[in-house]
Design a binder for this molecule. Sequence first.
Ligand code: ZN
Length: 468
Amino acid sequence: MATLIRNGRIVTAVDDYLADILVDGGRVRAIGVDLAIGGDAEIHDATGLLVLPGGVDVHTHLDMATPTASTIDTFGSGTKAAAFGGTTALVDFCTPVAGESPLKGLEDWHRRRESACVDVGAHMILLDAHPGTLEDMKTLVRREGVSSFKLFMAYPGSLMVDDGALFKAMRVAGANGAMTCVHAENGPVIQALVDEAVAQGLKAPKYHAVTRPAILEGEAVHRAICLAELAETPLYIVHLSAAQSLAAVTEARDRGIAVHAETCPHYLFLNAEEYERPGFEAAKYVMTPPLRELSHQAHLWRGLKSDDLQVVSTDHCPFCFNEQPHGLRYSKQQGVDSFSRIPNGAPGVETRLPLIFDGAVVKHGLSLNRFVEITATAPAKLFGLFPKKGTIAVGTDADLVLFDPVERWTIRAADHHSQVDYSLFEGREVTGRVKKVFVRGQCIVDGTRWLGREGMGQYLRRSESGRP
Ligand SMILES: [Zn+2]
């Protein structure tokens, strides 16, 4: 049956107008004023609501296992949470096992993502740049639709690669239509600071932030840009949090270098004061990079306004605060005796759209178009999903969000659909709320009602990345 969405205010990265949308076969069939429908159709009245393209979140870690910890959301629960937050497509990070082929890692990832409720693609994390791995990169881009790779400049001894490996991977990515994503922090220097702190008995959660200063992010971002420039590859800085990093990105973009960056809601709304919370509470805010001093925020908002920052994604990497009911493996409590053992990561996939609408449009004067661009269109374009995802036009996937731009409500973890037991934004009041969500034409969220099902999400085979 066809679906008709009537009288909505359609907002894309460039358009803003009142019209009806007719959906059939999972796609937008027609857009017009007073659209006539022949035969049966499911009708949704969008009077007073914005009709937005479904959000695209290109940074999540669902059902991710490290040797010591696992994220608490399966693809089923994580994508349901995403949907309630108006996000209908994810690009999730696939972490292969060290020494194994990334292709094997992707196979395992596919098994886990079968429970997804919205459409999901994969970035591949590379733990080395051995000849076999470089060969696999080409197969991943051409055969598997995985057109972006992430490498770590942090976490020596586990995830980090050295600059030579990073450079080799960048060259292969650039020559094959893929984006190189980088976690940019100076890992060895951070390790030295962590060891020093632990030796001095400084073990409270706040030392996570103290030992990862902004200057070491800025240094690594600058270094990554130099390597990418030499390798002639498009670069994407994940979870940029610091003014120093943004300055490096801005300088490079001004010279015409293909550097892109995302920031995350927690860097835009929270700051290092959270680490002064009593007891172990501050562990909730242990993510990497850490929350920065308040002064960084104005720079990030300026970056979003001026397009020096292109994307806001969540880095949804949920570990429970409490040990029960899921066990220590899923919990921050692992680090109760030392910050160095707190699993790094925080939840956020469900609150991105309302938070950014409230912050960007209501409080910082960004346009509605720009709001859509940074939460849907730009990530879709940068990662090979556009125009199937990230906009509303005849022929695109009918991933649509009906959004009330005036409703005020309060964020509470108790109302969330993630399995995690806390929110970084508990008690925060925001303006703007997701009312209905459609994935390929099917209404899966209707107010607080869940109409989706696990397994309905499709795999997103992506085309080339890094060609905005
Ligand atoms: Zn991440």
